[in-house]
Design a protein around this ligand. Structure first.
Ligand SMILES: C[S@@+](CC[C@H](N)C(=O)[O-])C[C@H]1O[C@@H](n2cnc3c(N)ncnc32)[C@H](O)[C@@H]1O
Length: 170
């Protein structure tokens, strides 16, 4: 999964040394926040999670802070908050999320709208199961630019590289 996200990051119109602001929605144990911190060396990453969901038992804000690998603790900040109640202090360059949206049902349309309003450049990298291009994005201002499928296993999983518009992405 790390390789898929790294592949997705190479599609985005940002340099690896850019001072980016990245939001990890439903960060869980912090895996994806660490992958993005490793890829974008000068990024500031915010990971948000309720830490109360049944899909990830025994997760906590304290736990995820301890999980962060040595060297990344200065660049990653975690907050305990529901994404539907999250208020921004700043806009983000990239929003990432893994294994969160498929649990939302129809509320995911609201989630896509929020994401769209939280970015300046409008780049999203979102991995989840059972994505349908017709139903998932037709009502939204986001556009799917790439579907990245796993090489083996997890056949229903798709990593989506999305944008508010198609400009600036390769
Ligand atoms: C299956 S885990 C995935 C964790 C992590 N992204 C990963 O790839 O390992 C789903 C996470 O989404 C979080 N989550 C679910 N609904 C949320 C919401 N409304 N706001 C913030 N986080 C949420 C859960 O608490 C859980 O930690």
């Amino acid at each position: 999964m790390k390789a898929m996200f790294t592949d997705a990051f190479t599609s985005l119109p940002f340099g690896r040394d850019d001072e980016l602001r990245i939001l990890d929605v439903g960060c869980g144990l912090g895996f994806l926040s660490c992958v993005s911190a490793e890829f974008y060396k000068n990024a500031r990453i915010t990971g948000i999670d309720t830490f109360e969901h049944v899909s990830l038992k025994r997760s906590s804000l304290e736990g995820v802070k301890k999980n962060v690998r040595i060297g990344f603790s200065d660049s990653i900040d975690f907050k305990k908050v529901d994404m539907f109640r999250f208020t921004l202090a700043e806009k983000f360059d990239i929003i990432i999320s893994n294994l969160v949206f498929h649990n939302f049902g129809k509320i995911r349309f609201k989630a896509y709208s929020l994401l769209s309003s939280w970015t300046q450049a409008g780049s999203f990298v979102i991995g989840h199961f059972f994505f349908s291009p017709k139903t998932d994005v037709s009502r939204e201002s986001v556009q799917v630019l790439r579907h990245i499928k796993p090489k083996n296993g997890f056949r229903d999983y798709t990593l989506l590289v999305m944008s508010r518009d198609s400009h600036g992405l390769s």
